[in-house]
Design a protein around this ligand. Structure first.
Ligand SMILES: Cc1cc2nc3c(=O)[nH]c(=O)nc-3n(C[C@H](O)[C@H](O)[C@H](O)COP(=O)(O)OP(=O)(O)OC[C@H]3O[C@@H](n4cnc5c(N)ncnc54)[C@H](O)[C@@H]3O)c2cc1C
Length: 442
């Protein structure tokens, strides 16, 4: 039994990101020398930093994107490529916390984030398989399914946004699995290939005039005053640059170079496996409508077909950020999870496994605005494909003098408890245990 299990991992499983294999060209190359002065220095070359850079250079602002690794190296090329409506927390929780009016604006913003991705993909001609395929949330318990009806009615009433409830008996039209109690479909959501998307964003930003610097780690940022003007001296592994404004777009990978932001971020590992390409009949059976799918647990699984019909199956197999050993353990855990959902994939080879780190915050909300006088956006959790892109463009607008109208910059931004925050994550397994207990009882 154990032998055949390991055999189907197509040993040795490549600890390799499947999406990166699909890139038609390498990520945008580094510009040569750092300039002495720049209008805006952007820390981090993911969806957020690159969309900010693109929007800024299009308005005539000079931009240097400073990326410690390669362009798109962080969560932006490692994710599931699900471009989802809504936010991480359920609407009733959000309304209790922030009130109806604020949540109405938040929900509208969540729909705008997807339009924003679609518009950039279309305008910049980014070949990344963007498609409005919709998402399917599946209920792991009867009580979760019962809550779908209430939630869909609330969202229809408050936001005039339609989600469709799918009973257990109709679920086979949506998913080739019998383990769930029903589902909820949102047709507005989309899917894309994240590595192609972030790579396309990088090329578009560069083409429009942004200077991208890879292997350029920001080590320290010092505010400076010259006469009445305030500037920043940004020290990097390749020298220093003086910037009028700084955008922190470093997500879950935020370092001690920006301590005030770092202590707000809870970095949580998430892992993905990808199988060999499925035969067309089997692919149609497991996901007849090619949805982006996730389940209703706190410790959830998310999954989808890739454009070449591989099953891409992800989850929080380990809570710690990715290391060689958490990635290896995750391959086993996720394959077992996949077969629980889809017994028909028992003999399907797993060919890829990789991990990445998500930027959570204590209140599980995205936040944006200014911290230590620098612009920032973070806390996208599992909604960052669309949200990070949108927040990047919003930060660019603010730098160009637009009023900050996002409903997220006025909500309190709590500091993460010691033990969960970036750089000190020893208590993360306890958080993982807590969510497993919640999944058992709720
Ligand atoms: C496995 C996984 C699955 C996911 N699935 C989904 C999904 O299906 N849908 C969804 O919407 N979201 C998903 N997410 C979340 C989403 O990928 C992220 O929220 C989003 O990519 C964040 O983008 P970003 O630009 O803010 O950060 P990132 O893409 O992480 O980029 C930050 C960059 O900053 C750089 N950096 C950090 N510090 C410094 C420094 N000091 N100097 C220079 N550079 C620095 C890092 O090297 C990194 O490249 C997933 C995440 C993971 C890990």
């Amino acid at each position: 039994m154990l032998e055949s299990f390991h055999a189907n991992l197509a040993m040795p499983v490549l600890e390799k990101n499947y999406w990166l294999e699909t890139l038609p060209m390498p990520p945008a190359q580094s510009a040569r020398d750092l300039p002495e002065n720049i209008d805006v220095a952007v820390v981090g070359g993911g969806f957020c930093g690159l969309s900010a850079a693109l929007a800024l250079v299009k308005r005539g602002v000079s931009v240097a994107v400073l990326e410690a690794e390669t362009i798109g190296w962080g969560a932006s090329c490692r994710n599931g490529g699900m471009v989802l409506t809504g936010m991480k927390l359920p609407v009733p929780t959000l309304i209790r916390r922030y009130g109806r009016e604020v949540v109405r604006k938040m929900h509208a913003a969540s729909l705008e984030t997807i339009d924003c991705v679609e518009q950039i993909v279309r305008e910049e001609n980014i070949d990344c398989n963007f498609a409005r395929c919709g998402h399917l949330e599946v209920a792991c318990k009867q009580s979760h399914f019962d809550a779908y009806a209430e939630s869909a009615a609330l969202i229809q009433r408050e936001f005039h946004h339609r989600q469709r409830i799918v009973s257990k008996s109709d679920l086979r039209a949506e998913i080739g699995s019998d383990i769930y109690f029903g589902g909820m479909v949102d047709e507005t959501s989309a899917g894309l290939n994240p590595a192609r998307y972030v790579s396309g964003l990088g090329h578009a930003a560069r083409h429009a005039g942004a200077c991208l610097y890879d292997h350029t780690r920001v080590e320290k940022i010092q505010p400076q005053s010259q006469n009445t003007a305030r500037k920043f001296l940004v020290h990097t592994s390749r020298g220093a640059v003086t910037a009028r404004e700084v955008i922190l777009a470093s997500g879950a990978y935020t370092t001690s170079a920006t301590p005030a932001l770092r202590e707000k971020i809870i970095p949580i590992g998430s892992y993905i496996i990808a199988t060999e390409a499925l035969q067309p009949d089997l692919a149609r059976e497991v996901s007849p409508r090619n949805r982006m799918i996730y389940d209703s647990k706190h410790f959830l699984y998310y999954y989808r077909l890739t454009p070449d019909n591989r099953m891409l199956f992800g989850g929080r197999a380990a809570f710690f950020p990715e290391t060689e050993s958490t990635i290896r353990q995750s391959a086993d855990i996720l394959r077992r999870g996949m077969i629980h959902v889809y017994p028909q994939l028992r003999d399907t080879q797993v060919e890829y496994v990789w991990g990445g780190t998500l930027d959570f915050t204590l209140d599980v909300m995205p936040h944006a605005g200014k911290i230590d006088e620098m612009y920032f956006a973070a806390g996208f959790a599992g909604h960052g494909v669309a949200a990070a892109t949108w927040f990047g463009t919003k930060l660019a607008g603010m730098i160009c003098g637009q009023t900050d109208t996002t409903p997220f910059s006025t909500i309190p931004f709590p500091t993460a408890p010691f033990g969960l925050r970036s750089g000190h994550t020893w208590a993360l397994p306890l958080a993982g245990l807590w969510y497993r207990i919640l999944d058992f009882f709720t």
